[in-house]
Design a binder for this molecule. Structure first.
Ligand code: CDV
Length: 309
């Protein structure tokens, strides 16, 4: 007997700075209702899905910055999303900026039966902490968020072992492996990835390639489905890549977006497809050699070997 989970990915086109939470939630609801018509059990929204990608601006006014964060979830504006998901019997993953006391996080939650059953706070924060006017646009995640303090938790929900990640996390093999070691079967992640990378513009032409490369590798090497969903298109003058996709444990993409707009992708994910990988080539208990991996947790930056005289 197979275990089928029907998963929808709700790619979002740009969210303008002037767009209100209520207007954005309305867009999310349209996609949720479409997902229901495809019998989806779970819908995945992108990173920071309630506002424009605000780390592109340097802000000194704390009140201006605070306007982008949620202090409660659900709030009056997001409550309709929780209510509709419960009514439709659908779980969802939502990325948003979270303010918890004086701490700010880039957060994602998994909501099932209208309740938050898993919370993740982004660990790998890209960009910079100070204003860098030479850039065409800023990427101030290191200024506006603290490093996530919840690790990479995996929970059993929607009939699967589910984990969450956010955008830049997808480029790091450690993200997937820590969840792989919790027997993860589905990793949901959202992203906002500018096409132009100011410190390394030579990478710009490879943005979609790198996006697919890291998510397919993470899926295969950890025997899990990966659902990677973009907020994309030209948002406040900055082009962000699309390429939203659902990837099987084989590493094959089984559903992919073709636009840079609000677009739903759907895949029937047979969770039992994880088993042959988890029990053979990636049978961790049989084949991993953690005694040889000491540097993974004891060293952060690369140190080259000493040069021979
Ligand atoms: N939101 C992100 O984490 N974006 C990064 C960009 C800045 C490289 C990413 O890894 O896609």
């Amino acid at each position: 007997m197979s275990r089928i989970l029907t998963v929808a990915g709700a790619q979002l086109g740009p969210i303008a700075k002037a767009e209100t939470r209520a207007e954005v939630v309305e867009r999310l609801l349209v996609l949720m209702k479409e997902a229901k018509r495809h019998d989806a059990d779970l819908i995945v929204y992108p990173e920071l899905a309630l506002t424009t990608f605000f780390p592109r601006w340097f802000m000194e006014d704390e009140a201006e910055l605070d306007a982008y964060y949620e202090t409660e979830m659900p709030s009056a504006e997001t409550a309709p999303l929780f209510a509709e998901a419960k009514r439709l019997g659908m779980a969802f993953v939502l990325g948003y900026a979270e303010r918890d006391g004086d701490k700010r996080f880039n957060t994602a939650i998994l909501v099932e039966n209208g309740e938050i059953v898993l919370k993740y706070r982004k660990v790998h924060l890209p960009g910079h902490a100070e204003h860098e006017p030479w850039r065409a646009f800023q990427h101030l995640e290191k200024r506006y968020f603290e490093v996530g303090n919840l690790g990479f938790p995996v929970t059993h929900a929607v009939g699967a072992n589910v984990g969450l990640a956010i955008c830049n996390d997808r480029r790091w093999p450690e993200t997937y492996r820590v969840m792989g070691l919790q027997d993860v079967e589905l990793i949901a992640l959202g992203y906002n990835t500018p096409l132009h990378n100011p410190p390394a513009p030579v990478h710009d032409a490879l943005g979609l390639h790198h996006n697919t490369l890291v998510m397919q590798s993470g899926a295969y090497q950890n025997a899990t489905f990966v659902v990677g969903i973009a907020k994309c298109g030209v948002e406040e003058g900055v082009m962000q890549i699309g390429g939203s996709q659902i990837i099987a444990p084989s590493g094959e993409t089984i559903a992919q977006a073709t636009t840079l707009e609000d677009e739903l992708i759907v895949a029937r994910c047979d969770l039992d497809l994880c088993t042959s990988y988890k029990s053979s080539v990636f049978n961790f208990a049989a084949h991993r050699r953690p005694e040889a991996y000491d540097l993974i947790t004891s060293r952060t930056g690369a140190i080259p070997p000493a040069k021979k005289a």
